[in-house]
Design a protein around this ligand. Structure first.
Ligand SMILES: [Zn+2]
Length: 314
């Protein structure tokens, strides 16, 4: 029996909640500083909170838009799609998950590979899309990255990969794990050809992606406060039976421990990447401004690369 009993009824909540006149989606609450930010302000600021510099997650296309000159690029291998090789079913059939992600993102898989110019430097870039099954790496992602690296070798171009992934795609089992080795092999060839590779780690970069190409950049650049790790903190705590330190697996912690090279604000990312590429020997295209319509022809990148390659090999 309780000692005290509440006899009076608690204060009732206001009977009617006034309907908000502001349409939904115009304002966003920043998880960093709890400020309310106008959506358009956030968009013009590359989805970085203007007050506390919290970096909101953005999609692969937006990513590429922040990097490439005038938002112009040529996409490669957009048609590659997974065939569900294991006929896998967990709580839902993998085929269904693929179809839902395709409908939601308009992509065939979790990666976009493009070539274009970053501050005048012809570059091949790949960006991962988290909205497509957690940006997971299956056969298609692996194949597209390997092809992107081979294209870079053919055309003597640097490679930039923007990582954003939950790791290898378990619905493709060992086949997805094999992509780690395949991409690493291709990157080794890129290294031997003395072509730069920059890895940009964004929130979150985990699992098989961290364990392979994300950490193999000549320069590994992370966004502030991004979650970067292999296994999640809970799994590690249970395994080693120790409490993990504050900020474990965040960019700042990893920079201090020497696991990454730089932390760069998204608003400065393009300039830093271009500078680093120049430092590593990447050059601007010979004619500084080719007619833009030339870039839209699908065969054009190969033609430009072939013309440029003998010179850069000297
Ligand atoms: Zn904020």
């Amino acid at each position: 029996m309780a000692w005290f009993k509440k006899t009076r009824t608690p204060i009732a909540a206001a009977a009617t909640v006034k309907a908000s006149r502001v349409p939904e989606g115009l304002w966003v609450k920043c998880p960093g500083c709890s400020q309310i930010i106008y959506n358009k302000d956030l968009a013009t600021n590359l989805n970085v909170c203007p007050k506390c510099a919290h970096h909101f997650r953005i999609g692969a296309l937006e990513r590429l838009r922040t990097l490439f000159d005038d938002g112009v690029w040529v996409e490669h291998d957009p048609g590659l799609a997974s065939t569900d090789p294991l006929q896998f079913t967990d709580t839902r059939p993998y085929k269904e998950r693929l179809a839902a992600s395709k409908a939601a993102t308009g992509l065939k898989d979790a990666l976009i590979v493009v070539s274009g110019r970053i501050d005048g430097i012809p570059t091949i870039a790949a960006a991962m899309e988290y909205a497509f099954i957690g940006g997971s790496m299956g056969v298609v992602v692996g194949e597209k990255i390997a092809r992107a690296i081979e294209r870079a070798l053919d055309e003597r171009r640097p490679v930039v990969i923007i990582c954003c992934s939950g790791g290898a795609r378990m619905m493709e089992g060992a086949l997805s794990l094999m992509q780690m080795a395949k991409i690493c092999g291709a990157l080794a060839r890129l290294g031997r050809a003395r072509l730069p590779y920059i890895s940009v780690l964004t929130d979150p970069t985990t699992g098989g992606v961290t364990a392979s190409f994300a950490m193999l950049g000549d320069l590994n650049i992370a966004e502030p406060k991004a979650l970067i790790g292999f296994a999640g903190p809970r799994v590690i705590e249970q395994t080693i039976r120790q409490k993990l330190p504050e900020g474990f697996q965040r960019s700042e912690f990893l920079l201090e421990k020497g696991m990454i090279d730089l932390i760069v604000d998204r608003r400065e990312m393009k300039a830093v990447v271009a500078n680093a590429l120049r430092f590593m020997g990447a050059r601007e295209a010979e004619p500084p401004g080719p007619p833009p319509d030339l870039e839209l022809v699908a065969a054009a990148p190969r033609a430009i690369g072939d013309a440029g390659s003998p010179k850069s090999r000297v």
